[in-house]
Design a protein around this ligand. Structure first.
Ligand code: C5P
Length: 224
């Protein structure tokens, strides 16, 4: 089988990363979570009080940011490192989630992340998930998937994830954050979230992970 590029885009908390990880494992591909890069930049901006509405401040700050995906032998996946520090847990917190879509709408931030993402695909054999992977990062990817799921199901899934780590979190808070992020992501000027014309829609509202994998493995076969 020849190695291909698989892109998975879609709304927040559709299960993109869960599917992407399993798919990468099955195919022995590299999995790249592009959202982690926007989250890490956001974390840096928050920690260093960078005003991301000011272009010169953003440009200067980006020069001091080094992002790296470092394999974690325990999880078999990669952790996000920001300037040599493992920030995998920190970037998943609500504080970052609340601001990441604003930061990800900044042109200079997107140029910074996309340039690195494009390089990661050079050798193919990659599954990357995000919002603009099939439209902007890899417009010529062999297989593009656009994931959706009912909002109530997405809220429930994300709530369970976050609640496991933080009992203070409320369903309402999670719902508002998802809706706000989806709104900003779909309506921003630069690379808004949208389905690539040649992407296949995967609505997983009522599909378990095995069902999804079976479907997608068939698409992979068709594409290779
Ligand atoms: O995928 P995840 O939910 O972790 O992404 C966090 C945020 O990063 C998204 O809500 C979106 O604002 C931004 N993002 C993006 N483009 C990508 C991946 C993520 O703008 N390719």
């Amino acid at each position: 089988l020849k190695k291909i590029i698989i892109t998975i885009d879609g709304y927040s908390s559709c299960g993109k990363s869960t599917l992407a990880k399993q798919l990468a494992r099955k195919l022995d591909y590299v999995y790249i979570d592009s959202g982690a890069m926007y989250r890490a930049v956001t974390l840096y901006f928050l920690q260093n009080r960078i005003d991301w509405t000011t272009t010169s401040a953003v440009v200067a700050a980006l020069k001091d940011i080094h992002l790296e995906f470092v394999p974690n032998s325990l999880t078999g996946m990669s952790d996000m490192y920001l300037n040599e520090e493992n920030v995998e847990h920190m970037i998943r917190e609500m504080l970052v989630a609340e601001k990441v879509s604003e930061v990800a709408a900044v042109k200079e931030v997107r140029d910074f992340a996309v340039a690195q993402q494009v390089k990661m695909g050079a050798r193919k054999g990659i599954v990357m998930d995000g919002r603009d992977i099939g439209t902007v990062v890899f417009p010529h990817a062999e297989l593009k998937i656009f994931m959706t799921a009912d909002i109530t199901i997405r809220v429930e899934r994300r709530f369970k994830e976050l609640y496991a780590k933080n009992k203070q979190i409320s369903i309402e808070e999670v719902k508002q954050n998802l809706e706000l992020r989806d709104y900003i992501d779909a309506n921003r000027e630069i690379s808004p979230l949208r389905k690539a014309e040649d992407a296949i829609i995967l609505d997983n509202s009522h599909l378990n992970l095995d069902d999804q994998l079976e479907l997608v493995m068939q698409w992979v076969e068709d594409a290779t």
